[in-house]
Each structure stands twice: as structure tokens, then as C-alpha cells.
Write a protein that binds this ligand. Structure first.
Ligand SMILES: Cc1ncc(COP(=O)(O)O)c(C=O)c1O
Length: 486
């Protein structure tokens, strides 16, 4: 047998690892200081896709080493740690999460079965039950961690389908007639629709429930959607609440949904990917009143909980319900597919191998306690209200609706556009957003309501200050007047 190749020796050399780690960590400390200082030209170094691709086509042929590559990646990436980044709903991670990532990536104990990762499997089991209780789920709750809210919502709906089929039928094994359906808000995240289609129920399997002016499901809307689905010969298995919606941050009244689910024998799932952490705040927990009545809840630790993506909790009111979604023979992993072994997580998760997710959550609790999640929610939701107040106080600005969370939609239309068509105004808002994207320094996004385009901010960084919001609105106004007057 040949001796170990020098490249492999280099790759596993502890001394070299230590040197690289010190360089990378000190670069990250510098990055953090710089991003927080708002000194860079932009919080998002925007490059059009083809240009960025051409850059990497050239660069990847000329390797300069890991430290240099990391510097380049940092330079060219979005700076979520910059308080002027107000775009998407990803966590501005507590920086020590990056250190946890380093440790868990080295250990790589992520596994489908207990033996692959004993510590993180046991920790996951304990954490899901404890956090579930903090969220108001009943004694005996539990769940699994997985890679993203999209996956968690799909798995919850698989559980719903099996539960609704009852003990006599097993749609997981036998398939079904393709006529199942789910009721969900017309403002829900698209992943619910995607999950329904993956389950083979097609677009008609999504019963969209009309929402009111504040984007919330109503009891009448629910009844109407149920009747409509039944008239189409559909078997509704679940009603899904949004806590909160993606576009505007509106919370469905979860008690209304829970009552409805109970009355009609439906599985009650809450998509709390973004907003369920409100439950940790004394001031905002009322927004998710009724959460504890859900059969299942999806909550992203990688949104308003400061954990790096992806890291989601799929909680079940009853621990044994977490075995509903899958029954899978896998001789090389476990011997009895039917045995409810909590420690072999692959029996309950979509993923086979997964990362050491529980360690990331445990590290937050270890260092700060669950209290930090309440403070984060309060700060971000306060920033949402502050931005809305500032918008309302400025002439020619419109607020789509008062925010309940940290998502705020607004726009500025200069007087010259007052009598223009919806299409013209939409184009104007899009142009303003494009100019901001290209020129910075702030980063915000867009959404549509009833055919109208709105600017959309998600305030994820607790270090954002009212002055940053004012500066962003000044910039929007300046760009808007610039575009509107030409
Ligand atoms: C309400 C809601 N559900 C689900 C998702 C999807 O979650 P993920 O990006 O973790 O897959 C999102 C993402 O923004 C969301 O806002």
C-alpha cells in the first residue's frame, strides 16, 4: 500500500489547522466590527448574477489558499451583521454560533441514528420537549430538528395525512386517492403549496382561505373554504395557521383555527417559521395565543432566534405523533421500522444524515438562556413599529398596514405620480428598489399585495437604530423623487 499522500497529510495536519483557524477567526472579528460600524459603502455588495458568475469562473482557476478565499467570500457577501441590511428573514446570527459551527463541523456527528451522534441526538430529544413546553405545548410534547421550515411544514403535513387516515389506512405505504387537501391562508408561504403538491394532491389540494384587510384568516373564510373543498370532492386533513405571514408579518388568530380544527376533526398545524418565537416575549406572546393547542408547529431557529441557517424545530403536541410521517425499512440503520425508537432520529426526519443542529440551539441556551429570544423579539418588533411610525409621519409615504412583527411594507410615491396607473406606480417602486439595490447603502426587498408593488423591510438586526431607519427612508425618498421627476 502506498504511503499517505502529502496532500492528505496536509489536509489533516493539526498545526496547520490551528494557524488557519487563528487567521480566519481574527478576520471574522474584523468583519464583525466593520459591519457593525456601518463604514462600508454598502451592506450588500450587489453584483449582477452573470458578472458574479464570471468573477468566480476566473477566480476558481487561480487558487490562493483558504484564508484568501475566505477574505474574498466575506468581501463579496451580504453583510447581515451591518445594521443597514433590512432585507430577508434570515437571522443575524449571534456571532458565537459561528464557533459552534466550527466545532460541530469538525466533529460531524450528524446522523440518522443514535450511534452516529449520541450526544446531539439525546440533546435534541431533551431540547425539543423543553422548548415545546416553553411554547405552551402540553406535557408529553416533543419533536425533531430539521433543515428548514420548508421541510418541517412538509413533514407536518405528512403526519396530518397519516393521522387523518386513521389506524386502518396507511397512505405512507399504500399511497392515497390524490384527493386530500389542506386549508391555509391566501397569504401563506409558498412552501405549504409546494408540500401539498409533493404529496400528490396538486394545486387543487390547497384550499386558500380568504384573509381580511390585515391579512388574517377569518372564521367565515375558513368555513367557506372547507365547504368549497368538500364540494370539489376533497378530503381536508389539516388547517394551517400562519404565525406570521411572510409578506406582511400578520398573525392568524390561532384560537380561531384551533376551534375550527377541533370542530371539524382536522390536524392543526402552525407555520411559525418566522413568528413563533413571539411566544418567548412577555410583550408579544399574545400574538401566538393558542399555539399550545396545535398538533404541530414549525419554528425556525435560524430566523428570529439568532442561530445560523438552517435550523428548524418541528414540534408535536404529542411526542408519539412525531412517528406518523414515515415508516421506513433501512436494514443498515435499524432493524425494526415500526419500533418507536426516539434515539434513531432518521425514523422521524425527512433527512438521513443531518447536521448537529441541537448543539447550535443548546449553545444559545447555555450562554444566554431562553430569555435572549424574548429580548430579540421585543427589539425587532419595536423596530418594526418604529419604522411604521416614521413612515406615517412622512409626506408622500404610504404604509401597507400597521406591522404586528418586524416586517414592514411601505412605499413612496411622489406627487407627480398621484394620478398614474397601478402599472406606472409599480414600475416606479421597482425602479426605486433597483436603484437602492445597486447603490446601497441599505438593503431592502419588495412584495406585492393585490397587484400593487410595495417595498418591504424585515428588521432582523437588533443593532439597527431608529437613525438607520430614518437614513433608509431619506434615501428611498431621494431616489424616488429622482426617479419620479425624470
Ligand atoms: C412563514 C414561513 N414559512 C416557511 C418559510 C420557509 O422556511 P425556510 O426558509 O426555513 O425553508 C418561510 C421563509 O421565509 C416563512 O416565512
Amino acid at each position: 500500500m502506498d504511503a499517505l499522500h502529502p496532500l492528505l497529510q496536509k489536509a489533516y495536519d493539526p498545526d496547520r489547522f490551528g494557524r488557519l483557524a487563528r487567521d480566519v477567526v481574527s478576520d471574522m472579528e474584523r468583519h464583525l466590527r466593520e459591519a457593525q460600524s456601518r463604514q462600508t459603502e454598502r451592506s450588500m455588495p450587489w453584483t449582477p448574477p452573470e458578472e458574479e458568475r464570471a468573477f468566480w469562473e476566473g477566480r476558481l482557476d487561480r487558487p490562493e489558499g483558504l484564508v484568501e478565499l475566505m477574505r474574498l467570500v466575506v468581501d463579496r457577501s451580504n453583510r447581515l451583521q451591518d445594521p443597514r441590511y433590512m432585507g430577508h428573514q434570515v437571522a443575524v446570527p449571534f456571532p458565537d454560533g459561528a464557533l459552534v459551527g466550527m466545532v460541530t463541523d469538525m466533529l460531524n456527528n450528524g446522523g440518522a441514528i443514535y450511534e452516529m451522534g449520541p450526544t446531539n441526538s439525546a440533546m435534541e430529544e431533551v431540547l425539543m420537549a423543553r422548548i415545546g413546553r416553553m411554547m405552551g405545548l402540553p406535557e408529553g410534547c416533543g419533536g425533531v430538528m430539521c433543515h428548514g421550515g420548508t421541510l418541517a411544514n412538509l413533514v407536518a403535513l405528512l403526519a396530518a395525512r397519516r393521522w387523518k387516515a386513521g389506524p386502518e389506512a396507511d397512505p405512507w405505504t399504500e399511497g392515497d386517492d390524490g384527493l386530500g387537501a389542506v386549508l391555509v391562508s391566501d397569504q401563506a408561504h409558498y412552501c405549504v403549496d409546494r408540500a401539498v403538491r409533493i404529496m400528490g394532491w396538486g394545486v387543487e389540494g390547497v384550499g386558500l382561505v380568504a384573509t381580511d384587510a390585515r391579512h388574517k384568516i377569518t372564521a367565515e373564510g375558513l368555513m367557506e373554504a372547507l365547504r368549497d373543498m368538500e364540494a370539489k370532492g376533497r378530503r381536508v386533513v389539516s388547517v394551517v395557521g400562519s404565525a406570521c405571514t411572510t409578506s406582511s408579518g400578520a398573525y392568524d388568530d390561532l384560537n380561531v383555527l384551533a376551534d375550527f380544527a377541533e370542530e371539524h376533526g382536522l390536524w392543526f398545524h402552525v407555520d411559525g417559521a418566522h413568528g413563533a418565537p413571539a411566544v418567548f416575549s412577555q410583550r408579544h406572546a399574545h400574538l401566538v395565543s393558542g399555539l399550545g393547542r396545535a398538533h404541530s408547529v414549525a419554528m425556525d431557529f435560524h430566523k428570529i432566534m439568532g442561530v445560523p441557517a438552517l435550523c428548524t424545530g418541528l414540534f408535536y403536541g404529542r411526542h408519539d405523533h412525531s412517528f406518523l410521517p414515515f415508516t421506513q425499512a433501512a436494514e443498515y440503520l435499524w432493524s425494526d421500522a415500526e419500533e418507536p425508537e426516539w434515539w434513531n432520529f432518521g425514523k422521524r426526519t425527512f433527512e438521513c444524515t443531518k447536521r448537529m443542529l441541537s448543539t447550535r440551539v443548546a449553545a444559545v441556551l447555555e450562554e444566554y438562556g431562553a430569555e435572549i429570544w424574548g429580548h430579540l423579539v421585543d427589539r425587532l418588533f419595536d423596530l418594526g413599529r418604529e419604522l411604521a411610525d416614521q413612515v406615517e409621519q412622512r409626506p408622500d409615504f404610504e404604509l401597507a398596514m400597521r406591522p404586528e412583527a418586524n416586517i414592514v411594507c411601505f412605499r413612496h410615491t411622489p406627487p407627480s405620480l398621484t394620478n398614474e396607473s397601478v402599472e406606472r406606480v409599480n414600475r416606479h417602486v421597482e425602479d426605486v428598489r433597483k436603484a437602492l439595490l445597486e447603490g446601497g447603502p441599505h438593503y431592502i426587498v419588495m412584495t406585492r399585495f393585490n397587484g400593487e408593488v410595495w417595498l418591504r423591510c424585515t428588521l432582523m438586526n437588533p443593532l439597527t437604530e431608529p437613525a438607520d431607519l430614518k437614513a433608509m427612508l431619506d434615501r428611498v425618498e431621494w431616489l424616488s423623487c429622482d426617479q419620479g421627476c425624470t
